[in-house]
Design a protein around this ligand. Sequence first.
Ligand SMILES: [Mg+2]
Length: 358
Amino acid sequence: MANSKYEYVREFETDDKLLRNVYILVRIDGKGFHKFSAAHEFTKPNDIRALNLMNHAARSVMHELDDILIAFGESDEFSFLFRKSTDLYQRREAKIVSTVVSLFTSAYVYYWSDYFQDSKRPLYPPVFDGRAVLYPSEVEVKDYFAWRQADTHINNLFNTSFWALVEKGGLTPKAAEVRLSGTDSKDKNEMLFTEFNTNYSKLPAIFRKGSVLLRGSIPKDMAKDAIIPTLPETLPGSTYADAAPSTEPSAQSDGPATATEPEVTQRDSGGDNKRQYRGDDDDNDDDELDSDGAEAKEDDNKGSRKLGDGVDEKRPALKRIKKGVVIEHIDIIGEKFWTGAGAYILAPEKKKKLKTKK
Ligand SMILES: [Mg+2]
């Protein structure tokens, strides 16, 4: 069949294939989410519904795209790491990025009413942008995720302090900003503890550490698109004690604990408005699961699971386990994660032949 005379326009398309044999990282980010979170009355400093919805959307992306090894989310952003050898869309950048962004966004809207149960849909369509970044080695991959988790910590500590001053302390936003100017992590922890009876380290891990989506074993009866329960760490059977919100209004006598927080220090300067409002809708969480219909096999390790910190956590005995997407709120800064729960992510891959387009 003869080509039409118009077909030459195809030649204007540019080749955007990403370099082979390097990690592809796609990060999506909400556009105008300060406005979006205000319009939908997200709670400050974190809205668990919004975070769970973000996680659900990210889980949908991982179900669809098998070559994603890990995802990390905080606030209105999510990062997806593809295996080095992926040949998804022959590594064409626009196809990969647009597919991730499109699927994430449609899932966000599709599952909206499961999390915001008093509304059928958002008041207007949310927008996410996306970009792909190439990382040549394991070093950059680890540092990338450490960077995002450190960002989670910095933003959440700031936002928690800021909103405590505004909502409980009665300060104006401007005054709260001035008050936090020049403070470091220690100062903010101390302030939260002494003035607001808040032990920062006892706040839910999803707020402090973001959400890590991993390929892992999940109970056989877990539905693929199960709705992520609010703060699952508070559900019966959960061993995520440290992630449970403190029900005690008064602080304990041991003072604010910061030992488990990543080593991140940052001074807030007076004029930094941007950070103040970032993260109005943080990320979300859970150690929840899902399955993508992969094999169902007996796991002789039933009842326990290796977590990133290398601690064997007791789990309810599960008869059948299958691979799915597991959502954790654990430290990914430091080697422990990469040799523990995340060890599969950077494991050497078999060389795969890339398909070449004829
Ligand atoms: Mg944003």
